[in-house]
Design a protein around this ligand. Structure first.
Ligand code: AMP
Ligand code: ZN
Ligand code: FE
Ligand code: FE
Length: 281
C-alpha cells in the first residue's frame, strides 16, 4: 500500500556510538519531524535497543532494530546496515564484542599516531568526548581535535589526520562484505548496502546480491537526486529492496539533520513485511 504522507528513517546514530543525540532525543525529534518509523543503526552496537523499545509507545514512533557494520573491499570501507534481526544470537553478540574491543585498541593507536604527528593529545583525553571506549570512533577523535584547536572543524580533522590515507588513519577490524552480510543474516536480519553513492562501487552490487545483500540505500544525504534515482533503478533492476535515512549524528549539522532525508513509508513496509514473514534466513 502506498502512504504518501508517511515516512521512515532507517539510518540513525545515537550517543551509544558516535551520534550526539540520546535515544530519547531521537524519538522526540522523530515525532516532531512526522516520522512514523525509525531504525537506530549505531556502529557495531545495539546498545540502544532496550531504551528504544520502551520509547515506541511513549512517542508513537515504530522502532525496528538496526546496526551499521564496516567491511572492507579493495581497500575501501563498505558499510552494511542490518535491520530487523534478533540481537541475542550468540555469534552476533560475540562479533559485536570483538568489533568493539578492536575499536578501543584502534582509538589508542590513533591517539598515539596523532601524538607522533605533533598533536598534543593523550588517549585519556578522549574521555572528554565519550565514556565508552568500546564504541570510540573517528568522529569522537575529530571532536577532540576541534576542541583542542588542532583542526578548524570535523571535516578538517578528517582531511588532516583521520581520513583513509591520512597520517593518523588506523583500520578497524577487517571483515569482508560477505562476512558482514552473514553476521546479519544469521540472526534473521536484512542486509542493506549503506550510502552506495559514497562508495562508488556499483559494479560490485550484483555480486554482493549473490552473497545475500537484500537491498541498498537510495535515500541518503550524500546522494543527490540523480544518484537517488540511479540507485532506485539499480535496486529495482536487481529485485532488491530500497532503504535509507538521514544518517544523523546529531551535532546540529543541517546536511544530516534528522528529518532532512526521509524514506517513503512504503519501502519501510516492504522491509518490515519481509522481516516478519520469516523470508529472511
Ligand atoms: P569510524 O567508524 O570510527 O571509522 O568512523 C566513521 C564515522 O566518521 C562515520 O560514520 C562518520 O560519522 C565520520 N566520518 C567519516 N569520514 C568522514 C569525513 N570525511 N568527514 C566527516 N566525518 C566523517
Ligand atoms: Zn558514524
Ligand atoms: Fe556509514
Ligand atoms: Fe552511518
Amino acid at each position: 500500500m502506498s502512504h504518501p504522507e508517511l515516512w521512515a528513517d532507517l539510518h540513525i546514530h545515537t550517543t551509544k556510538s558516535d551520534g550526539s543525540n540520546t535515544v530519547e532525543e531521537i524519538f522526540t525529534y522523530a515525532r516532531a519531524e512526522g516520522l512514523s518509523a525509525i531504525a537506530i543503526t549505531d556502529h557495531d552496537t545495539v546498545a540502544a535497543v532496550d531504551e528504544a523499545r520502551a520509547m515506541e509507545k511513549k512517542y508513537g514512533v515504530e522502532f525496528i532494530i538496526g546496526v551499521e557494520l564496516s567491511a572492507v573491499y579493495e581497500g575501501r570501507e563498505v558499510h552494511i546496515i542490518g535491520l530487523g534481526f534478533n540481537p541475542y544470537g550468540r555469534n552476533f553478540q560475540e562479533k559485536l564484542a570483538y568489533f568493539q574491543k578492536r575499536r578501543a585498541e584502534r582509538a589508542k593507536k590513533i591517539m598515539k599516531k596523532l601524538k607522533e604527528n605533533g598533536v598534543n593529545v593523550a588517549y585519556e583525553d578522549l574521555y572528554e568526548i565519550t565514556e565508552n571506549m568500546n564504541n570510540a570512533g573517528r568522529l569522537h577523535i575529530a571532536k577532540l581535535l576541534v576542541k583542542r584547536n588542532a583542526a578548524s572543524c570535523i571535516k578538517d580533522a578528517f582531511n588532516r589526520y583521520l581520513a583513509e590515507g591520512r597520517p593518523a588513519y588506523v583500520e578497524k577490524a577487517r571483515i569482508t562484505v560477505k562476512d558482514a552480510i552473514d553476521i546479519i543474516k544469521e540472526v534473521g536480519g536484512l542486509a542493506m548496502l549503506a550510502h552506495p553513492g559514497i562508495l562508488q562501487r556499483d559494479d560490485m552490487i550484483p555480486q554482493w546480491k549473490q552473497e545475500g545483500l537484500d537491498g541498498l540505500e537510495a535515500f541518503h544525504p550524500d546522494h543527490n537526486y540523480e544518484e537517488m534515482g540511479k540507485y532506485m533503478g539499480i535496486a529495482q533492476k536487481l529485485g532488491i529492496m530500497i532503504s535509507g535515512g538521514s544518517d544523523t549524528h546529531g551535532n546540529g549539522k543541517d546536511h544530516t539533520k534528522l528529518g532532512r532525508v526521509k524514506l517513503p513509508y512504503e519501502y519501510y513496509e516492504k522491509i518490515k513485511n519481509k522481516t516478519k514473514s520469516g523470508a529472511v534466513k
